[in-house]
Design a protein around this ligand. Structure first.
Ligand code: MN
Length: 525
């Protein structure tokens, strides 16, 4: 179908939706979007043939295999629509709030099948890997009802759930208000249509008239509540809903998150300095809906942003976190983690560290991860490279190798792949560089070197994770890994400051060491 219909239906001076174009790449992603248009419905989209094949599902998907949902095929959408959230203005096609409900990847149930061929034939059998939707589904064209009417049906498998009930993201007035407040910045394009120019981030000033409290005074309080303007140096940061619970089981609040980042600011900021950041936002806490935000339209005047050219002819305005005010501003947006690029702005195509992400699958003991980490350290040492470790804050270990910023991302990725392969070879029972879960042996962990591509990231040291216990990514001494007495759950927003007092900044050398690599450059003539 292509994007002709999509483009015809929209006036891009009025709507904040992306123009997009047909992509050559062949990723297989899906998205389900909650669309509060004149009639509430869900949009179900599968990436294939460089576009998003799209269906409007009035009642939304279901995990109950007994429920067959009508899915009316709509026009193909550009792939950049995967991440589109915002308010489509009144009078425009599809006017209303539009937000992600679930996002992830899919694969065809039959590995050898072709998605477009199945689509043409009117039956697509696929498995979803999302946050809310998992396992097998079929989209089946209804014969004799015109070609646009399909049914979306859950396959009976381990993810099927009889009597499953769909939960809307925006199901109460309170949530709707919070949503509108959050989207204010993003929808500014809607009220003031304008062409994107070179630097299009609108800088805002914090509202005056509200009393601002010095940071030292505010964070000395045991309980943080309500809305407060906090003064940090010469900047004033507006903090809101401080008593909102983010970690239900522990009762930790957004205020606790912000206080933590204030406490560790001196330690985390050097790791973020001058690097574009990807925000993953949890506006409803760790169990609520979350989304990645690369692009910002609006930011307070103390927040640095940088406009970078990314894929598919898109420019993105990234946040750069160079001061405590920005660190707290992001926490206030519900951005729990800090994900910096591996390279800095002034040398954006040359990373100054690379990372091994030791990512355990199911049933891998932390002790095993420690062993593979030590083996990685030794393999690096053999070629004269020093490395540094931290917990991922979740289940694994990250190993950093600081380098001179003179190699391209592609060169680094190839180099790191070779080392990862060596590590896997040295530990065949427990380590693999096989990406597919299916191909991994029981008990094998994945040595992930692919996180070193341009635009990819791992969480920064001291970053909080949206996990039980509010664990944080904790720098480690190699001797702690040798003793194997620690677990990633030991380090949390409640005890990390104490650990820093005891151990100091264990990763400061990551920012000082500038190691060279023996990489064969292609011969130049
Ligand atoms: Mn829609």
């Amino acid at each position: 179908m292509g994007l002709k219909t999509y483009l015809q239906k929209r006036n891009f001076d009025k709507t904040p939706e992306p123009k997009g174009k047909i992509l050559k790449g062949q990723q297989m992603r899906f998205v389900v979007q909650e669309h509060h248009a004149s009639r509430l419905h869900f949009d179900f989209r599968l990436e294939m043939g460089g576009v998003l094949k799209s269906w409007s599902v009035p009642k939304g998907p279901s995990l109950d295999p007994a429920i067959k949902r009508l899915a009316v095929e709509t026009e193909d959408h550009p792939v950049s629509y995967l991440h589109f959230e915002g308010r489509i203005p009144a009078g425009s096609y599809g006017a209303g709030e539009h937000m992600m409900w679930d996002i992830g990847t899919y694969e065809l149930s039959d590995e050898d099948a072709d998605a477009l061929e199945q689509y043409e034939a009117g039956r697509i059998n696929f498995r979803l890997k999302g946050k809310k939707l998992h396992g097998g589904f079929s989209l089946v064209q209804m014969k004799g009802r015109g070609e646009r009417q399909w049914l979306l049906i859950k396959t009976r498998d381990e993810y099927a759930e009889d009597g499953w009930q769909l939960k809307l993201r925006m199901d109460t007035d309170e949530k709707a208000r919070a949503w509108h407040a959050m989207m204010e910045g993003k929808s500014s394009k809607t009220s003031r249509p304008k062409k994107q120019n070179a630097e299009s981030v609108k800088k805002t000033k914090t509202k005056k008239g509200v009393e601002s409290i010095p940071a030292e005074e505010l964070f000395a309080k045991r309980k943080l509540e309500g809305d407060v303007n906090v003064k940090i140096g010469r900047h004033i940061v507006a903090l809101t809903n401080l008593d909102k619970v983010y970690w239900e089981d522990e009762g930790y609040t957004k205020g606790d998150l912000i206080r933590y980042y204030y406490e560790v600011a001196d330690y985390i900021l050097p790791h973020l300095k001058d690097r574009p950041l990807i925000m993953k936002r949890y506006p409803d806490g760790i169990k609520g809906f979350s989304f990645h935000q690369h692009d910002v339209d609006e930011a307070p005047d103390y927040v640095r942003t940088v406009r970078l050219h990314v894929v598919e002819g898109h420019d993105v305005n990234y946040i750069v976190c160079n001061n405590t005010a920005t660190l707290l501003y992001m926490a206030n947006l519900g951005a729990i983690e800090r994900h910096p690029w591996h390279s800095r702005i002034r040398n954006i195509d040359k990373p100054d560290w690379f990372v091994f992400d030791l990512d355990p699958g199911k049933g891998v003991e932390f002790e095993t991860i420690c062993e593979v980490a030590l083996s990685t350290r030794d393999t690096l040492e053999e070629i004269g490279l020093k490395s540094y470790a931290k917990t991922s804050g979740s289940r694994g270990i990250h190993i950093y190798v600081p380098i001179k910023p003179k190699y391209t991302y592609e060169e680094i990725e190839k180099f790191v792949e070779r080392i990862a392969a060596k590590v896997a070879e040295a530990n065949p029972d427990v380590a693999t560089i096989e990406r597919s879960m299916k191909e991994r042996k029981q008990g094998q962990m994945y040595v992930d070197y692919l996180q070193n591509a341009r635009g990819k990231s791992v969480v920064a040291p001291y970053s909080v994770r949206p996990r039980a216990g509010a664990s944080v990514s904790a720098p480690l001494e190699w001797s702690e890994i040798e003793k194997k007495k620690i677990t990633p759950q030991d380090f949390t927003i409640m005890n990390m400051s104490r650990r820093i007092k005891q151990k100091g900044e264990l990763l400061s050398d990551v920012l000082k060491e500038k190691q060279s690599l023996k990489i064969q450059k292609p011969a130049r003539r």
